[in-house]
Ligand binder design. Structure first.
Ligand SMILES: [Fe+2]
Length: 405
């Protein structure tokens, strides 16, 4: 059956890549491309991926075909390049016909080189980033797609971007949040949280004290995705914001002490937040997170919310030594970016990767605000904008993966 190919199923103009030769083998099809690349697709993969109208497509969640509908080892009766240049297969078991657009096929090629090329890789950073912070202007990012894409790339790669040029009125972070997603209930602290020194001192944020670098709400299984920290009024002096790339800190630990790294990535840390009888949040998750290939993809570290460890007895002493090391790495000035946010400036940062803190101050007029949007929402916006701009490679990148060390 010949199905129409939707925008998602057809990631690039099919004229850009052509199948020049096919080789039907016992367990799959070898495809040769006009640019010299060769791919191999297993029959089982091809049969499962058939997106004809009868099988349905998983992009729209209207997939009718289930794994039990095919033999464990399907075989093909015939594989040809059809009149439109597509791979057309007739299956042995039931004579079903599948047709794969060449651009779609190339997009999903799963040889090692293609798989690695699809992965967006974070750019680790340390204090040197201070001299050249990723920055965008609110007005241009709000108006134009190209400036918006520039912002998205910076946030994707560095996990942090400074947005400047906003009117410095309370609530302006709503305009900044709107650049990257929907403000939502992705937090335990309300839609917009005022970071002002006050009598409301349930959190360190509402004091004059320095706050060590941390990721927010580590005591939840799903901490806020992107944080947006905006400055309505800076302190007359001091009160600088501090940022640390958790991926960089974890990379340094992996190099200097692989055993410590394994303890922090392979065992759960305990976190909690309790107030009176009204709040009791708890989560047990590793401090360091790895992607499916073992690459460092994130951090969850919040010393103030650290709960008594619940680990096998023999691991407790070495775990504490490892915990101390990662804390010292994020406290090291060489790993920190210091930034005094000016009125009308905000920082958007990935709370699953970038730790934040601040220096102490004395000015009671200092007024910063914080809000969150979901990380998934940002990734979705990035993909959709890239697709609209014809940036097919970026529209189909695998996001959220780790750094190669
Ligand atoms: Fe915080």
């Amino acid at each position: 059956m010949k199905a129409e190919v939707s925008a998602y199923l057809r990631p690039a103009a099919s004229g850009e890549c052509r199948i020049v030769d096919l080789d039907l083998l016992a367990d799959g099809v070898r495809v040769s491309w006009n640019d010299g690349h060769a791919s191999f697709f297993h029959h089982v993969w091809l049969r499962d991926c058939c997106y004809c109208e009868a099988c349905g497509d998983s992009y729209s969640s209207k997939r009718f075909f289930v794994p039990g509908d095919m033999p464990l080892e399907p075989t093909a009766r015939e594989a040809v390049i059809d009149g439109d240049g597509a791979l057309a297969i007739t299956w042995e078991a039931d004579g079903h016909r599948s047709r794969f657009d060449p651009a779609w096929l190339r997009q999903h090629c799963y040889d090692e080189r293609s798989r690695q090329a699809r992965r967006a890789r974070p750019t680790p950073w340390d204090a040197a980033l201070e001299a050249d912070l990723p920055r965008v202007e609110l007005a241009s990012a709000s108006r134009g797609d190209a400036a918006r894409m520039d912002l998205y790339r910076k946030l994707r790669d560095f996990g942090l971007v400074v947005v400047h040029g906003a009117p410095a009125r309370p609530g302006f972070i709503r305009d900044v949040a709107a650049l990257v997603g929907e403000m939502g209930a992705d937090t335990s602290y309300g839609e917009i949280f005022d970071l002002t020194p006050s009598s409301r001192v349930r959190t360190m944020g509402n004091t004059f004290r320095p706050v060590p670098p941390h990721t927010d709400e580590a005591f939840r299984y799903t901490p806020p995705g992107l944080n947006i920290l905006g400055c309505v009024r800076p302190a007359k002096k001091a009160g600088e914001s501090v940022f640390v790339d958790g991926i960089q800190a974890a990379t340094l630990l992996r190099r200097s002490d692989p055993d410590a790294f394994s303890l922090l990535s392979g065992h759960a840390h305990s976190y909690h937040r309790r107030h009176d009888d009204a709040i009791d949040q708890q989560a047990r998750m590793p401090i360091l997170s790895l992607d499916d290939e073992g690459c460092i993809s994130g951090i969850r570290l919040h010393t103030r919310a650290s709960a008594p460890l619940d680990l096998p007895p023999d691991l407790v002493p070495p775990y504490y030594a490892a915990y101390r090391q990662i804390c010292e790495l994020v406290m090291a000035r060489t790993n920190q970016v210091h930034l005094v946010l000016q009125a009308g400036e905000a920082v958007i940062f990935d709370n699953h990767r970038v730790l934040h803190g601040r220096g102490g101050f004395e000015d009671s007029a200092r007024f910063l605000q914080l809000c969150n949007v979901s990380r998934e929402g940002f990734h979705e916006r990035l993909r959709l904008l890239a697709l609209r701009l014809g940036l097919h490679t970026e529209a189909h990148q695998v996001l959220g993966g780790g750094v190669v060390t």
